[in-house]
Design a protein around this ligand. Structure first.
Ligand code: SF4
Length: 219
C-alpha cells in the first residue's frame, strides 16, 4: 500500500523508485488483476510436463531483462543445478543486441512479426541513409534493431503495455479476427467483475476503464 500511496522509502530514506501511485486507481477496477497469469499459462504446464517426463528445462531468459533475472544469475550462474527446480539458462549473459547480431550474422530464420533486423541509425543519421557498418560490411560494434515488434509475449497480454502502446493497434493490423476476439465479448460475473466469455476477452471495457483513468492505450 505504501508503494501505491507513493510513500515507500528506500534504505537511505529517499522516496522508493518502486512507488507507483499512478496505478492506485486499479485497486477499484471492475476486473481482477494479479501477477499469477504467467503461473497458470506458462509455469504450471511446464512444471507438470517436467513432473511427468522427468526432464529439466533449458530456458532463454537473459539477465538484462529484469533485476530479478540478474540477481538469480549472479547467485546461481547459467546452470542452476543446486536449485529445488534445476534449470539451465545458457543465454543469461547475452544482451538483446547479441541476439540480434547473431541472427543477422548467421542469417537465421525468426518470426515474421519482428520484421527485419537492421543496424540502428545514429542520432545524426537520416532515415534510409546507409550506415558505416553497411558501407564497410563490417558489423563489429554495431547496435541492431528490428523494423517490426521489439519484443513479443502472449499476443493479448497487457503487461508492460505502457512501453509498447500500439500493441493492440498492431494486432488489429496483423490479425483482425484475433483482435476482434481480444477486444469484444466479456460479461460481468455475479460479483460484478468483468470476465472473458467464449465470444472474446472483453478488452474494450478494460481499455476504456484505463483511458478514463489517464492511461490511453489506443485500439
Ligand atoms: S505474457 Fe502476459 S498473458 Fe502471457 S502468461 Fe504472461 S502475463 Fe499472462
Amino acid at each position: 500500500m505504501a508503494k501505491l500511496n507513493g510513500t515507500a522509502v528506500d534504505k537511505n530514506g529517499d522516496k522508493s523508485k518502486y512507488n507507483i501511485p499512478q496505478y492506485k486507481f486499479l485497486l477499484d477496477a471492475p476486473f481482477r488483476i494479479s501477477h499469477k497469469c504467467c503461473d497458470y499459462m506458462k509455469k504450471k504446464p511446464a512444471k507438470q510436463y517436467e513432473k511427468e517426463t522427468g526432464r529439466l528445462p533449458i530456458v532463454a531468459t537473459m539477465a538484462e531483462e529484469s533485476n530479478l533475472r540478474l540477481q538469480k544469475w549472479l547467485k546461481h550462474g547459467c546452470n542452476a543445478f543446486d536449485l529445488k527446480r534445476p534449470m539451465s539458462a545458457p543465454m543469461s549473459f547475452w544482451s538483446e543486441n547479441d541476439v540480434l547480431e547473431y541472427l543477422f550474422k548467421y542469417e537465421l530464420d525468426y518470426a515474421e512479426c519482428y520484421g527485419k533486423i537492421i543496424p540502428k541509425l545514429d542520432k545524426e543519421q537520416i532515415e534510409g541513409q546507409i550506415t558505416i557498418y553497411e558501407a564497410t560490411n563490417d558489423y563489429r560494434g554495431c547496435q541492431f534493431c528490428t523494423t517490426g515488434c521489439k519484443r513479443t509475449g502472449c499476443i493479448f497480454c497487457l503487461f508492460g503495455i505502457l512501453q509498447d502502446k500500439d500493441r493492440i493497434i498492431k494486432l488489429e493490423k496483423e490479425d483482425k479476427r484475433l483482435a476482434d476476439y481480444v477486444l469484444n465479448g466479456g460479461e460481468y460475473d455475479n460479483e460484478g467483475m468483468w470476465i472473458p466469455t467464449n465470444k472474446g476477452l472483453g478488452y474494450i471495457k478494460i481499455l476504456d476503464f484505463l483511458k478514463e483513468n489517464g492511461l490511453d492505450i489506443p485500439y
